[in-house]
Design a protein around this ligand. Structure first.
Ligand SMILES: Cc1cc2nc3c(=O)[nH]c(=O)nc-3n(C[C@H](O)[C@H](O)[C@H](O)COP(=O)(O)OP(=O)(O)OC[C@H]3O[C@@H](n4cnc5c(N)ncnc54)[C@H](O)[C@@H]3O)c2cc1C
Length: 328
């Protein structure tokens, strides 16, 4: 990436007085690694978010939007541009509709929905990060995903600078995917339509159960970016020919869903505990890479490449990254 010129930096400083220079992304990513953002700003309102994007466009500076940084791998050399952290935080509940701005913490929105006597969004209490990131990747767990409840997304379409309100169908949600991964949008907020809970105590108990399950299944107290790979989806049974020759049994739940867990594949390929530099495949969950201290983004890229190669060569299956790369 070309270094920003001093004139670009001066212009941006004037347009965005609260921006910070050379901000370490270690503080802003759940992996706790990566280089510096040449410029960094926190957008606490939707107006501020749009202003920051417009300023970067006006000055011709590369920009990148992020929320909780829980699905990000930032390059060791950092990002030569403006990193915009989304922190607009309005949340409004009216009847069965909950409107959440994109910077609202997803788990908080889940808890608020339960406190308001609603059901259908409890699953999201286990997802780190913000609503913007959750919309981007159609986040999901414990049988729920964003597309189940989203009825409208408010956004700026970057290609033509238009403010748009997208319906659920227009968001093209898929497994850990959405239209927002194909076409650039600045996500401002969304409306979720939930149901009135018949049993609010059961909804509250579900929140506790989710927290407990997370503690059991996932590495605790270690820096990670959640699942590094998407689970492997297939339509044609032939895709599993090589895998069937190598493993005793494929779990029935995976076969039923036509989706083979990436963590399970990593485990079958005997890669739990595999390490490159400071990054390690978690002993607890094969799809989690944990920063054991001082890991670099280069370590992560090297380990990801090794894991993909091993799974491809052993089982003939191509894993695809779920984590988003910035500055590479
Ligand atoms: C311990 C752990 C457990 C996890 N468990 C799950 C899980 O069960 N299910 C699951 O789906 N994920 C899980 N994740 C991954 C992650 O939490 C989700 O992907 C989350 O939704 C990302 O939100 P974020 O705000 O942190 O996004 P970020 O990491 O900040 O960004 C992710 C992507 O979204 C884009 N983006 C974010 N906000 C906006 C916006 N306002 N406008 C446009 N683009 C935007 C960014 O550009 C980036 O490409 C886990 C992560 C961790 C660390």
């Amino acid at each position: 990436m070309n270094p920003l010129s001093s004139s670009q930096i001066d212009q941006l400083r004037q347009l965005l007085p609260t921006l910070v220079e050379r901000e370490s992304m270690i503080k802003h990513t759940s992996f706790h690694m990566g280089g510096e953002a040449r410029m960094y700003i926190v957008a606490t309102t939707s107006e501020m978010l749009l202003e920051a994007v417009r300023a970067a466009q006006h000055v011709g500076v590369p920009w990148y939007i992020f929320g909780g940084g829980s699905n990000l791998l930032v390059a060791d050399q950092g990002f030569e541009g403006l990193m915009i952290q989304v922190a607009n935080h309005q949340l409004k509940i009216e009847g069965m509709s909950m409107y959440v701005e994109s910077g609202v913490v997803t788990a908080l929105a889940a808890r608020k929905s339960v406190e308001a006597g609603l059901t259908g969004f409890e699953w999201a209490s286990g997802v780190p990060g913000t609503i913007g990131g959750a919309l981007f990747g159609n986040a999901g767990c414990f049988g729920g995903e964003m597309r189940d409840a989203v009825t409208r997304v408010d956004a700026l379409r970057v290609a033509d600078g238009q403010r748009v309100a997208l319906t659920n169908a227009e968001c093209q949600f898929g497994y850990r995917g959405s239209r927002f991964k194909q076409e650039q949008f600045v996500l401002l907020g969304c409306e979720l339509t939930l149901k009135t809970s018949d049993d609010p105590a059961a909804s509250r108990a579900r929140l506790d159960e989710i927290t407990k399950r997370r503690q059991e299944d996932q590495p605790q107290g270690q820096s990670s970016a959640g699942c590094v790979f998407k689970n492997f989806e297939y339509t044609d049974e032939q895709a599993l020919d090589l895998l069937k020759r190598h493993v005793d049994e494929i779990p029935a739940s995976m076969l039923a869903g036509h989706r083979i867990g990436a963590g399970w594949l990593v485990e079958q390929a005997d890669m739990k505990g595999k390490r490159v530099g400071g990054i390690e495949v978690s002993q607890k969950h094969g799809n989690f890479l944990v920063n054991t201290g001082g890991a670099t983004a280069e370590d992560v890229v090297a380990l990801i490449s090794y894991m993909k190669m091993k799974v491809r060569d052993t089982f003939g299956i191509e894993l695809e990254e779920e984590v988003q790369l910035v500055g590479f």
